[in-house]
Design a binder for this molecule. Sequence first.
Ligand SMILES: O=C(O)CCC(=O)C(=O)O
Length: 281
Amino acid sequence: MEFNIRSGEQYLLTNDDISQYAEKGYVVLPDVISNDELEFIEQWFDHFVAGNERHCMARDLCDMSQSYGTPMEEFQLINAMLPSKYCPVLANNIFHRVAQNITDQLYTQGKAAMDYEQFLAKKANKRGAEFAMHQDLGYWPKTANTWTATFSLAITPSTLENGCLQVIPGSNNEPELRKHIPKPYSNSRNKEALKAVSRDDSHLLVINNESGDKVQHLPVARGSVTVHDERIIHGSSGNLSNDWRKTYVMAFRDVETIKQERAAGFTHSHNDNVNWNEFIR
Ligand SMILES: O=C(O)CCC(=O)C(=O)O
């Protein structure tokens, strides 16, 4: 039996990890980031989630389960996009460096780099703090090479009760992307938006589950990581626990893909001036 080994900034994947990622579209990696390292990260996570950078973030500080414009006091699933853009002290942090090392083992066809990152916080006892099932590619502009590894670092334990990541293993191999539609918000103040929403009204996309879909939950301990690809169907339910769920997401893509995205004006910022209708699949 092979084991993962973290040594300095390297984290050795097993052959099983590498083949599972290719075949099933995800892998779970224990003990990637130590407690000492997490302390630095969590301090900045809390800084963002408390709204300390809101003055310069506009839509990059939003609620992923409710419409833009929801007052911050009512947020349930807090999303802080691109934290190291707003606080450069976070740039190239230890999670970034170790995730890059893991990416280099998963992707040997070219060179991948960090494309974007986000802090995701589910408040305690918020049933609405759910991420509708989706494929990440459904959110992004079309590019020639779609290869992606999205890392989710558990800053708090991620559990069934607090709404851990859930995936449909192997759905990454479906020949076509599922149809994604903008999800109406139950708290929308615009009644029309509840009937027919466009990507401008709702930044959350959703697919329909099919009868054969078998969901697998991925609970992980603090410091552990899940990695998922751009085609796997995934999401998460609300937080029914008495504690926050805190997750640091970081995605790696081929350097040429990142160049193409930037040329289309797409930086993964919610403030990008992008015509979303062009990107609906
Ligand atoms: O961790 C979650 O709750 C879902 C995050 C997600 O959908 C993603 O990172 O693509």
